[in-house]
Write a new protein. Structure first.
Length: 228
């Protein structure tokens, strides 16, 4: 049985990824910051629930301790929780966006590493974004060129870089960052863009189900490697 934790899985891409991995037989822990929303999502899917706010150290360590007690290991971690942060361009909003989208990855990954090391095929997928690609945001041919979400872009560049650095420092664990594709979720509702979550979650699932010889340190979308 594969033990999987997905952060921010009470809705959107995380929720659909949980659904698809459950269908593949994983034991899935839905990480959610809100107990009511998380328990409801877990009950709907037949998943397990852990309270997990990626901006709260105690919440993160408690969540991983709960999984350790119940399972003794973690096979797959999906760093999915994220915010668009389309508020003011100021210090408090920047701290909030970076705390969630970048620092949260450090908190969760550090707490998960001891459990991942007990797995025979430890795998980490970071749901990053092509908005964090210097190549994409400087290319007038790409949709990212015209989207003015500076804090989100910068925090996702950090998320991708953290993934690559973890891949280098943790050679026994597979770390890959992905762009799931523009997806119709609450995050993108104001822009009215995106395809159904079912399509985008497939990209997450593909990277979450790599064998031990799978690639590590990559940044890809459904079509293959993405430029940084
Ligand atoms: P979404 O529907 O808004 O879901 C975001 C999830 O993150 C929610 O479950 C939310 O929980 C959770 N979250 C936010 N802050 C959190 C925190 N501090 N601790 C724990 N969970 C937290 O958006 P989505 O589109 O599915 O986004 C999922 C991931 O895909 C994000 O990392 C996003 O950047 C990335 N992505 C999305 C797109 C797209 O087109 N949608 C494209 C590229 C990348 P609450 O319900 O409590 O707010």
């Amino acid at each position: 049985m594969t033990i999987t934790l997905i952060t921010g899985a009470n809705k959107g891409i995380g929720f659909e990824t949980a659904k698809q991995l459950l269908d593949l037989g994983h034991t899935v822990y839905i990480g959610a910051r809100d107990v009511e929303r998380g328990e409801k999502a877990a009950a709907e899917l037949g998943a397990r629930f852990v309270q997990l706010d990626v901006t709260d150290d105690t919440s993160v360590t408690d969540a991983l301790a709960t999984i350790d007690s119940a399972e003794g290991r973690l096979d797959v971690l999906v760093n999915n929780a994220g915010v668009l942060g389309d508020g003011p361009m100021d210090g408090p909003n920047a701290l909030r966006v970076f705390d969630t989208n970048a620092v949260g990855i450090v908190r969760v990954t550090e707490a998960a590493l001891p459990l991942l090391r007990k797995s025979s095929n430890p795998t980490v997928v970071t749901v990053s974004s092509s908005m964090g690609s210097f190549w994409a945001v400087t290319n007038p041919e790409r949709p990212e060129y015209n989207l003015p979400v500076a804090l989100y872009s910068a925090s996702k560049a950090a998320a991708t870089m953290l993934t690559i650095q973890y891949a280098k420092s943790q050679p026994g664990i597979t770390f890959n960052a992905i762009e799931p594709g523009a997806t119709a979720t609450d995050m993108t509702a104001a822009y009215g863009i995106g395809r159904p979550v079912e399509e985008s979650a497939k990209t997450v699932v593909r990277l979450a189900t790599l064998g031990p010889d799978g690639p590590t340190g990559t940044f890809t979308d459904e079509f293959g490697p993405l430029s940084w």
